[in-house]
Design a protein around this ligand. Structure first.
Ligand code: ADP
Length: 510
């Protein structure tokens, strides 16, 4: 059972979509600023040094390829020094105390390499040797004592004054390469790097300005986006409230976004369906109450007459009461049938039965009517066809079609019922009348619930407008099909089709 909704519940208090989008866009801008600040300010020094060290190491391994001839080595060293802002010194070790200079390129002012004596190079060589062939050292020049100090203090002493006030830093990389004959070549590369403090201060300033602009911009963008996204939803929510209150004329608009447009068109469709259902419901109540009232009035009237006047207690009067009771029960049955078919609670049977026989049995119900009112129902179907389906439902479908044909047929009061087998695989039952037919623009609606082509017409008052919708839903449920061919002024042919049962496709003559 569906829950009954008495009133529109207010949603839980959870921030609106507008503010959520707004908040998330601002958070996004803040995250970008933090990343920018970390890269540009906090880690700038480390990133700069890491890049420089990688550059020095690559230059050293490049130079190691050229250690065979001094000219080539010098030429390559010149190239590298001018492109990468480094100083190079290369020497060949003759023994532990003497070495032969192979190349020397000096391009930077405060380079440790070219401002210290030869002895220092042997110290650097020793430390690289101890470290397994290469070594990286950082130095700074102290103006007061006019000498270089090691920043880590591992090679030279640290500044004894304890001060480390330097304007530039020198990174010195020493690498020892061994030739085939066992001799060693030592490559020194020095890069002087300026501290990034001043740059960081400038970047900080720029960053503050960028942050201000970015926050302002993202606030504006966030506001515009959130407003534009939430506006159609707010409008739709308002319209949905109106719809819930019973105003079916509301129109939902999606304001130019695909998703909201789709939602709006679904809601518009739902609104139009609801409106249809509502007007059908009103019509049905009016129809059913009218249809119920007429037989009930008749039953009441005849019963009272029969009670009060013993002479009126005739079989004819009793028959009228029985007929009216039958009308009442068929009306109630129709309403029950359609509701069971629509909510899916009806479970169809699947049994093999003789369809031709079922049609004939249905026609027997009309014998009385034909005798009394001069109707003629002709059946053409000389062989028995078997199908696998729900016999009761199929008989109900045929009954509904014949009922309509009898109701709407023309002056000749004739109805033709035909059975034919198509390609040995499907059987078709056609019910033809010679009535007024149905206008083409009405044809698509006759299968809808409670639809009547001509509501004012006397004949239409007989039906409930449910017969054909029961036919259509039943055939869909049973895997068959149905349709109509109608010509105004000439009559209509209503048909149904079902797959025949394998093996017995209808050639078993009686
Ligand atoms: P009803 O119970 O009113 O006959 P149906 O669903 O069976 O309801 O039919 C819907 C409408 O289709 C009818 O009101 C009628 O206007 C039209 N209709 C159905 N069968 C025929 C027919 N054989 N000839 C003309 N109109 C028909």
């Amino acid at each position: 059972m569906k829950p009954k909704i008495d009133k529109i519940e207010k949603p839980r208090k959870s921030g609106g979509i507008k503010w959520k989008i707004f908040r998330w866009l601002l958070i996004f801008a803040a995250v970008i600023l933090v990343i920018l600040w970390l890269c540009q300010v906090v880690f700038l020094d480390n990133i700069y040094k890491a890049v420089k060290i990688a550059e020095i190491k690559s230059a050293a391994s490049d130079l190691a390829e050229y250690t065979d001839t001094a000219e080539e080595l010098n030429a390559r060293a010149e190239e590298l020094c001018s492109s990468s802002d480094i100083c190079v010194f290369v020497m060949k070790m003759l023994n532990n105390q003497t070495a032969l200079g192979l190349a020397s390129v000096d391009t930077q002012r405060d380079c440790t390499l070219h401002n210290t004596d030869q002895r220092s190079k042997f110290v650097l060589y020793d430390s690289a040797k101890k470290a397994g062939g290469s070594n990286l050292q950082r130095f700074y020049f102290d103006d007061k004592s006019d000498r270089f100090y090691s920043i880590e203090g591992s090679l030279y002493d640290k500044n004894p004054s304890g001060e480390a006030d330097y304007s530039s830093e020198s990174i010195l990389y020493t690498v020892i390469t061994e030739a085939g004959d066992g001799s060693e070549t030592v490559i020194f590369i020095d890069a002087v790097i300026s501290p990034v403090g001043a740059t960081v201060r400038t970047l900080n300033f720029i960053l503050i300005i960028i942050s201000g602009i970015l926050i302002l911009l993202s606030a504006v963008v966030a506001f515009v986006i959130s407003y534009r996204v939430s506006k159609p939803l707010e409008k739709m929510s308002y319209a949905a409230n109106e719809l819930a209150k019973g105003d079916y004329s509301v129109a939902f608009s999606g304001s130019g976004y695909r998703e909201t447009e789709e939602l709006a068109s679904s809601l518009n469709y739902a609104a139009s369906e609801l409106s249809k259902v509502d007007s059908l419901r009103r019509e049905l109540i009016a129809n059913i109450s009218h249809d119920l009232r007429t037989p009930l009035t008749m039953i009441e009237g005849y019963s009272e007459v029969m009670r009060d006047l013993p002479g009126e207690n005739t079989p004819e009067n009793v028959q009228i009461i029985i007929d009216e009771t039958n009308r009442l029960s068929s009306l109630v049955n129709d309403v029950l049938d359609i509701s069971r078919l629509e909510d899916g609670s009806y479970k169809p049977k699947n049994e093999r039965f003789n369809l031709t026989e079922a049609v004939r049995t249905t026609l027997l119900r009309y014998n009385k009517l034909c005798e009394r009112n001069g109707y003629r129902i002709e059946f053409a179907g000389d062989s028995d066809v078997f199908v696998n389906s729900d016999q009761t439902r199929i008989m109900q479908v045929i009954y509904n079609l014949i009922n309509n044909a009898v109701t709407y047929t023309g002056e000749d009061k004739t109805v033709y019922v035909r059975q034919s087998v198509r390609n040995g695989a499907a059987v078709r039952i056609e019910v033809e009348d010679s009535g007024d037919g149905i206008a083409p623009d009405k044809l698509e609606f006759i299968w809808e619930r409670y639809y009547k082509v001509d509501k004012e017409h006397k004949r239409a008052a007989i039906g409930t407008g449910l017969g054909l919708s029961i036919v259509k839903r039943t055939m869909e449920m049973l895997g068959g099909s149905c349709g109509v061919i109608s010509a105004v002024g000439h009559g209509s042919i209503f048909w149904i089709e079902l797959p025949t049962d394998d093996g017995d496709t209808g050639r078993n003559d009686l």
